[in-house]
Design a protein around this ligand. Structure first.
Ligand code: HEC
Ligand code: HEC
Ligand code: HEC
Ligand code: HEC
Length: 159
């Protein structure tokens, strides 16, 4: 009798563990994807307006038609192109998510005003100045140097 109980208990533990691990794997496996600046605009009108008037919003349009098809140029002129290798129309230019991280997961936390949850879901609250240099570097054919303090002032978008 006691052994049967023990076996049943260990089985129950095993089943629970399997389900648990399954959940963890599912949560960890869900990768955030880019949603596009139009989705951020709904709640961040002020920042969106400043951004829309900046060079970053027009970073795809400055390319000539042949250059818009050249993968060598797109890494730094389309949001997420380095990862997705896709030129989706809603992702062209250097959008919010190029700096703040892909938003499909944290945008759900945002609607609940869950700041910590949003960070855990990948929101980069204060992008590191070093991250600018992933594009602003000598691999850019037009590079003339990068002075963070000066350039940040041109794209600053406070609350
Ligand atoms: C449903 C509304 C909503 C949407 C959509 C939304 N946000 Fe937010 N966001 C908020 C709110 C609310 C806050 C918190 C503001 C505060 O506390 O001052 C916030 C804060 C932020 C912050 C600053 C975080 C902090 O702790 O100060 C960043 C950066 C941000 N959002 C980026 C984005 C980006 C990028 C997108 C699009 C991918 C986006 N948000 C979409 C509502 C939204
Ligand atoms: C994913 C690539 C990428 C990242 C990351 C990036 N930039 Fe840019 N940036 C560009 C491209 C491409 C242009 C040229 C756009 C144009 O001329 O229309 C540009 C242009 C600019 C300009 C001139 C346009 C204007 O509005 O006056 C400033 C200023 C600037 N970036 C600042 C920054 C800062 C500061 C950061 C980091 C917080 C940053 N950039 C991060 C790609 C990037
Ligand atoms: C080129 C990179 C870049 C882009 C593009 C960008 N941001 Fe930011 N954003 C930053 C940086 C860097 C900061 C943090 C500045 C600081 O040190 O406080 C910031 C700060 C913010 C904040 C917090 C402001 C505050 O005063 O606390 C919000 C909200 C925000 N961004 C939303 C957006 C939205 C929405 C978009 C697109 C419409 C966007 N950002 C596009 C780099 C960027
Ligand atoms: C390593 C990232 C990167 C790559 C790759 C890149 N660019 Fe850019 N591009 C930038 C940045 C950053 C700027 C903003 C000016 C600067 O600092 O170079 C820019 C600006 C521009 C501009 C705006 C004009 C100007 O002088 O500001 C044009 C046009 C341009 N790039 C064309 C191209 C073409 C064509 C290619 C492909 C052959 C290309 N870029 C590849 C990052 C890049």
């Amino acid at each position: 009798m006691r052994t049967t109980l023990r076996i049943m208990l260990s089985l129950a533990v095993l089943i629970l563990l399997t389900i648990g691990i399954g959940f963890i794997q599912k949560a960890a496996g869900e990768e955030a994807t880019h949603v596009g600046a139009a989705k951020c605009k709904l709640c961040h009108m002020k920042q969106h307006k400043i951004w829309a008037e900046s060079g970053h919003a027009k970073a795809f349009e400055v390319l000539k038609p042949d250059q818009q098809k050249d993968p060598k140029c797109l890494d730094c002129h389309i949001t997420g192109y380095r990862i997705t290798k896709q030129a989706a129309p809603e992702m062209v230019g250097i959008q919010c998510e190029a700096c703040h991280g892909p938003g499909s997961l944290y945008i759900k936390m945002h609607s609940k005003k869950d700041k910590e949850g949003a960070k855990k879901a990948g929101l980069i609250v204060k992008p590191d100045p070093k991250s600018c240099k992933s594009c602003h570097n000598p691999d850019s054919p037009t590079f003339k140097g990068f002075d963070y303090a000066k350039l940040w002032e041109q794209i600053n978008h406070p609350k």
